[in-house]
Design a protein around this ligand. Structure first.
Ligand code: ARG
Length: 247
């Protein structure tokens, strides 16, 4: 290379570096990395190659408001909180129930919706109320609140699955007596499988929120600000209504 063109090339590289026109990487400041477990319709699930759902749309709205690009990392459910804790992800949005023990590892934003744990049974089951779970074989998704609650039921055997629908499959095959899982995914799974129903009485009520790293108060405050705008404008309800048809 001639000296003149070398200088020119060097200047161009410097300009590109300074203006940030180079290729963006995921750790760049304007990418919002969301850890989730896309096995949880209608909050996060695959539609072809794409991960869609209520949580995805809420995260997208937050990224838009913050002028950031959303990047979704699909992982095992029991890795979602760790990803946020270790900084692999900026936010955990996975139908995450706010719990005191989780608050030891991450912070939660304000809640964006209320939820519940319910019990799925076979239509001919003798389980009629939550108390009937005593001594039964219960399927759950590993690391979920359903897992934690099932563990407390006396004499019950807990079967842990990587995915919620695997627990439901196992119930259909008669390998377990019930599944404890969040209400909306339960409704989806029951509608997709013959011979199942949901016990009328809910097991527990919960609140979903977004997890952020404990020291990231700045991001938490920003997200709370956006969430409150999404609530006031009706946009949050609009997103929820798009995926959950009121009964
Ligand atoms: N709400 C429950 C919990 O926080 C289950 C969430 C499961 N979410 C998922 N994306 N698989 O433990």
């Amino acid at each position: 290379m001639k000296k003149k063109s070398f200088v020119l090339a060097a200047v161009m590289v410097a300009v590109l570096a300074l203006t940030g026109c180079g290729k963006k990487d995921s750790s760049s400041d304007d990418t919002l990395v969301m850890a989730t477990n896309a096995e949880f319709p209608p909050y996060e699930y695959y539609e072809g190659q794409d991960i869609v759902g209520i949580d995805v749309e809420i995260a997208q709205a937050i990224a838009d408001e913050l002028g950031m690009t959303l990047k979704i990392e699909d992982t095992a459910f029991d890795s979602v909180i760790t990803s946020v804790q270790t900084g692999k992800a900026d936010i955990g949005v996975a139908g995450l129930t706010v719990r005191a023990d989780r608050l030891e590892n991450v912070d939660f934003t304000d809640s964006y919706t209320t939820a519940a744990q319910v019990i799925i049974i076979k239509e001919d089951s003798d389980i009629l109320i939550p108390d009937d779970l005593e001594g039964k074989k219960i399927g759950v998704q590993l690391g979920t609140t359903g897992d934690i609650y099932a563990d407390d039921i006396s004499d019950a055997t807990v079967e842990r699955y990587n995915k919620g629908f695997e627990a439901v499959q196992s119930l259909t095959q008669g390998k377990i007596d019930a599944v404890i899982i969040d209400r909306e995914p339960a409704k989806v799974f029951v509608s997709e499988n013959e011979g199942l129903k949901i016990v009328d009485e809910e097991f527990t009520l919960e609140d979903y929120a977004i997890a952020v790293a404990k020291d990231n108060t700045e991001l938490k405050d920003k997200i709370n600000q956006v969430l409150s705008e999404l609530k006031d404008s009706g946009k949050l309800q609009e997103i929820i209504d798009k995926y959950i048809v009121a009964e």
